[in-house]
Design a protein around this ligand. Structure first.
Ligand SMILES: Cc1cc2nc3c(=O)[nH]c(=O)nc-3n(C[C@H](O)[C@H](O)[C@H](O)COP(=O)(O)OP(=O)(O)OC[C@H]3O[C@@H](n4cnc5c(N)ncnc54)[C@H](O)[C@@H]3O)c2cc1C
Length: 441
């Protein structure tokens, strides 16, 4: 990994830790309240840390390009999910410890009306967090539509963090110094700012930079390509392999945009971008109905899944609709006149539904491109590879110095897991392969 990338990662990781830990250590500076037993103090420390982590979740999902680029958006979302579990665990452990040590803070007053506000907010925060985790972990099992889940997720997160802050302010045990209060108020303002940035400022920016649908192409495999041109502005430049968030109907203030890789060449001079979209649900099934001339909004580019690393050759491994970022890489390399060998291993169900089949074959005239199709349901008389892409397929088609090539993998999760394992077996270092997962949730 280049030193600059490593340094970038280290700096952002340090900033993250600073945001999580600094407020906690700040509470221990300056004037301190009378000390209490270890259990109570430990439980309070855990509560503060959990809350700081929860608040910073708004930053992780704010899609700050410079923050997410060193890792890639999928890694950031993965981290967001994992660290949320830790944060919720800490917040829930806070009252559990108080229960365990029999703290008088949890003694129930005689009447519900006498329950202090601080405790009510604590209950509200914890219940919201539990609902949030249950819905995030079991959304598909609970059959909750993605859009409904997304909206509920944001509302529950805001309620959980706001109630947590109010609970903390309600007790205020450690916030005796005005500067400590100012620090936590500042943090809250920062979290609210992150939310405003994502939900108000960014959409306002996108509203002023709309795109128009310039064409719609039907592709093989129940798939369609949207061609979009910037309307009244130069558009953005993207790197091949990156993706953007598309809003087709309504304004950019809509809660849910849909992520799609760019499938066109990154060298297009007029800001034109294309996205190739497979019918997989309610949003994607409506793509063929999009009217040419329709106004759309694009937020991007995002992602670290891109060429540009020193390599003797590129090995692109695509499964199903995972071909879209590869198409962009192939077209871009062709437009750049890249002379290095390029191998595409393309797994699909059958010959007829291979998206971009003809376009890919056409690129052989412009590049040193070899395409290996691997079909799970090949037609009669098929002499090519069949089944799945495995280490054996690699050994049959790749030049043997496997660790010198640069690998790009995109496809269904099971396929990607298997390929990453196969590359591991072939002693390809992790820094030499790049993955783009099409499921953030
Ligand atoms: C980085 C990335 C790049 C992608 N590139 C492409 C591409 O080039 N071509 C393509 O056809 N598909 C791509 N996808 C997948 C595509 O985003 C989903 O198939 C699409 O959003 C499904 O929407 P739906 O409403 O039609 O289906 P639904 O039935 O609502 O959703 C199917 C599944 O897709 C996921 N999903 C739905 N909406 C979203 C959303 N707004 N954000 C994130 N995940 C969502 C959920 O896991 C959901 O269970 C990409 C996904 C990611 C994360």
């Amino acid at each position: 990994m280049p030193f600059r990338d490593l340094l970038n990662k280290a700096v952002w990781a340090a900033i993250y830790l600073l945001f999580i830990l600094a407020p906690l250590f700040a509470l221990l500076a300056g004037r301190l309240p009378p000390s209490r037993d270890f259990g109570t103090e430990f439980s309070v420390a855990i509560g503060y840390s959990g809350l700081a982590m929860m608040g910073l979740q708004f930053g992780l999902t704010a899609r700050f390009r410079y923050v997410t680029e060193p890792w890639g958006e999928d890694v950031i979302y993965h981290f967001h999910r994992r660290i949320s579990l830790l944060a919720v665990g800490l917040v829930v452990t806070h009252p559990l410890i108080l229960f365990a040590i029999g703290s008088n803070k949890l003694a129930m007053p005689e009447s519900i009306r006498d329950v202090p506000w601080g405790a009510r907010f604590a209950m509200l925060s914890i219940c919201s967090l539990i609902a949030l985790v249950v819905m995030a972990l079991w959304r598909t099992k609970l059959r909750i539509r993605y859009e409904i889940w997304h909206l509920t997720h944001i509302v529950l997160a805001v309620v959980a963090v706001a109630a947590g802050m109010l609970h903390m302010a309600g007790w205020g045990f450690y916030l005796i110094d005005p500067w400590k209060r100012a620090l936590w108020i500042g943090m809250t303002v920062f979290w609210i700012g992150l939310l405003l940035y994502v939900r108000i400022f960014k959409p306002l920016f996108m509203l002023r930079r709309p795109y128009r649908v310039a064409g719609l192409r039907t592709e093989r495999g129940d798939t369609a390509t949207l061609v979009m041109r910037p309307d009244g502005h130069p558009g953005f430049r993207f790197k091949p392999g990156q993706f953007g968030w598309l809003t087709l109907w309504g304004s950019p203030f809509r809660i849910t945009g849909h992520p799609f890789s760019f499938s066109s060449s990154a060298e297009a001079a007029d800001g034109r971008v294309e996205m190739t979209i497979r019918n997989l649900g309610d949003f994607t099934s409506a793509i063929p109905k999009v009217a040419v001339g329709q106004r759309v909004y694009l937020d991007g580019p995002y992602g670290a899944f891109t060429i540009g690393h020193p390599a003797d050759m590129h090995v692109l491994i695509a499964g199903g609709i995972g071909i879209t970022p590869m198409m962009s890489m192939i077209l871009t390399l062709a437009d750049r006149g890249d002379k290095r060998p390029l191998i595409l291993l393309y797994g699909g169900k059958d010959w007829e539904s291979l998206t971009f089949r003809e376009e890919l074959e056409a690129q052989k005239a412009r590049l040193d491109l070899t395409i290996v199709y691997v079909l799970s349901n090949p037609p009669e008389g098929w002499t090519g590879e069949r089944g799945r892409i495995t280490a054996d397929v690699f050994r049959r088609h790749l030049p043997p110095r496997y660790a010198d090539h640069e690998y790009f993998i995109c496809g269904p999760n099971v396929m990607m897991d298997a390929i990453e394992a196969a590359l591991g077996q072939m002693q390809v270092p992790i820094s030499k392969y790049h993955s783009e997962r099409y499921s953030f949730v």
